[in-house]
Design a protein around this ligand. Sequence first.
Ligand code: HXC
Length: 258
Amino acid sequence: MAFETIIVDVEDDIATITLNRPDALNALNSTLLGELCTALEEADANDKVRCIIITGSEKAFAAGADISEMADKSFVDMYTSRFFQNETDRFARIRKPIIAAVSGYALGGGCELAMMCDFIIAADTAKFGQPEINLGVIAGMGGTQRLTRFVGKSKAMDMHLTGRFMNAEEAERSGLVSRVVPAKKLMAEARSAADKIAEKSQIAAMAAKDAVDRAFETTLTEGLNYERRLFQAMFATDDQSEGMTAFTEKREAQFRDK
Ligand code: HXC
């Protein structure tokens, strides 16, 4: 399918989705978010794809929701249209691992989109921020909730109340991103992480994603029960048997997603 605001490239078993509105620093409008969800759903349904990377340009992952699309809206418009809510719901249903590869600005909805991915690899040029307060509003795609869980209350309040940006080094130190690499190496690093994930049993990768996500939603006791059930369920798969047999036979496992 041809898209207007994103570029999709499926190579080997990795789908790379590049946000592509260069004139607006990849600002997220309804078209872009709709296309992104369609591409994610296609990748999720494509048996050949085992991991997904979302990235932007060197200058911007995404500089936020498109301010020109929002500027004239009223409360009633936002409320009745469930602005961006259908898209975030669609995003949350993707079961395959998603890596955000962030270079340059990841602001407002851009920071929130990166946080919706399973983990973030940042270029040393990355700048994260929730500057909505400068526009007389607050974050609306999960930033007050997710950033707080990632970096704790003090830094989250600082970011949301002052609108300041966090550089890549601070983002790694605070737990927002998993790795920082020189900008030139960003895509190679994301690709190598995706390749590593693609080698694993896809059932185990989906279960790991599901269980870690559960940590955001529930109590420790419930989360531990959830993990235990999924762990036990792994023993109904051929991949568990193959993985453990391969270990004892000192050879690489050949997972078949069964
Ligand atoms: C629409 C945007 C945009 C945005 C940048 N542009 N960000 N257009 N929405 N969020 C456009 C500019 O208007 C400009 O277009 C072009 O991209 C280049 O941007 P400049 O500002 O000229 O670049 P620069 O001086 O390098 O500054 C970069 C920047 C700045 C610091 C990232 O653009 C900026 O502050 N952007 C807004 C960031 C922001 O407030 N994001 C939060 C949005 S609210 P022209 O046509 O003039 O060249 C949000 C809420 C989400 O995300 C919740 C949804 C439910």
